[in-house]
Design a protein around this ligand. Structure first.
Ligand SMILES: NC(=O)c1ccc[n+]([C@@H]2O[C@H](COP(=O)([O-])OP(=O)(O)OC[C@H]3O[C@@H](n4cnc5c(N)ncnc54)[C@H](O)[C@@H]3O)[C@@H](O)[C@H]2O)c1
Length: 278
């Protein structure tokens, strides 16, 4: 059965762009929102409202009547604290508080590996791994996950926190483990919306990679069965990538280059993303 209304934040962004059509197919009305204008045409059943996540009144207005919010808006990289505070902390609070007031059933949230980025890769991480952020960006993801837990515990607002590792083309050694393909991202979000009851759930957003460094066994009831495997890129990556320095913490921390990036400075800039992902 279709949902009545879903709100998608970050709809003008890279990942949001992949989610608009699959989400529109799941509801009668998809309300897409972003601070940036939408450059692609609207999909049938979709309405776009340009808004700042930090504007509570606007968030409350557009979330009214929604059954679910898929929250992908905000900065996807390390930034000076004030920027993170505005979009990623105040913005998240506004989404949760407005959703609670509107009687929303569930929020599906784009969290990140950077909430636990300073754990070494020699420790497999799972849903209960303690927060250990590698940046202000990761710290804001910790805040949002804890807030999600609080609103579940106190208000019964469900949340599925997707700790996405790296949803971009495979261009480096780390991505052989951390890759989340766009198809698997869509499948993960669809399962997070479709599963009848989720309570508060944390799941890592990663494809079926041989080298995936995480344990998703606590969230099997979501039925997330990723199909893609970054191993198909391994020969090419090993042929192209320079031999890494084994003492470089970027190589051995879950957060990759965010591990040594200074607070407030971009970690994504060190990832060497494909132009298709920037
Ligand atoms: N891409 C990845 O590999 C990855 C990994 C982990 C987590 N995530 C999370 O997924 C989400 C989407 O990431 P993305 O790669 O699509 O990034 P993106 O920058 O392409 O999309 C984010 C969108 O949020 C919007 N936004 C920023 N500040 C806003 C504000 N104040 N009000 C309203 N909208 C605002 C931007 O305009 C942008 O369109 C982010 O929350 C990011 O932290 C992404």
């Amino acid at each position: 059965m279709k949902l009545k209304k879903i709100v998608l934040t970050g709809a003008a962004g890279r990942l949001g762009g992949y989610l608009r059509a699959p989400l529109a197919a799941k509801c009668t009305e998809l309300v897409s929102t972003d601070i940036a204008p939408l450059t692609e045409p609207l999909i049938e059943g979709e309405r776009f409202i340009q808004a700042d996540l930090a504007d509570y009144a606007k968030m409350a207005e557009l979330i009214e009547g929604a059954e679910m919010v898929v929250h992908f808006g905000g900065h996807p990289d390390e930034k000076p604290f004030d920027d993170i505070l505005h979009a990623n902390i105040i913005g998240c609070y506004n989404v949760w508080q407005a959703a609670h007031k509107a009687g929303v059933r569930r929020i599906v949230y784009a969290s990140s590996i950077h909430a636990v980025g300073l754990h070494p890769k020699t420790q497999a991480i799972h849903a209960e791994t303690p927060h250990r952020p590698d940046s202000f960006y990761g710290l804001a993801k910790c805040f949002a996950e804890d807030m999600a837990k609080l609103y579940w515990d106190k208000k019964g607002l469900e949340a599925v926190c997707l700790r996405i590792l790296s949803c971009a083309h495979v261009t480096n050694l780390r991505a052989l483990g951390s890759w989340l393909s766009y198809d698997d991202l869509i499948h993960l979000v669809e399962r997070s919306v479709d599963t009848p009851v989720t309570g508060f759930t944390v799941i890592y957003g990663v494809s079926n990679n041989d080298r995936a460094p995480v344990d998703n066994s606590a969230a099997t009831y979501l039925g997330y069965c990723p199909r893609d495997n970054a191993e198909i890129f391994a020969d090419q990556i090993f042929a192209d990538a320079p031999m890494p320095n084994p003492r470089d913490p970027d190589q051995m921390m879950h957060g990759g280059p965010f591990a040594t990036t200074d607070l407030g400075e971009s970690g994504v800039a060190k990832l060497g993303l494909s132009p298709d992902d920037t």
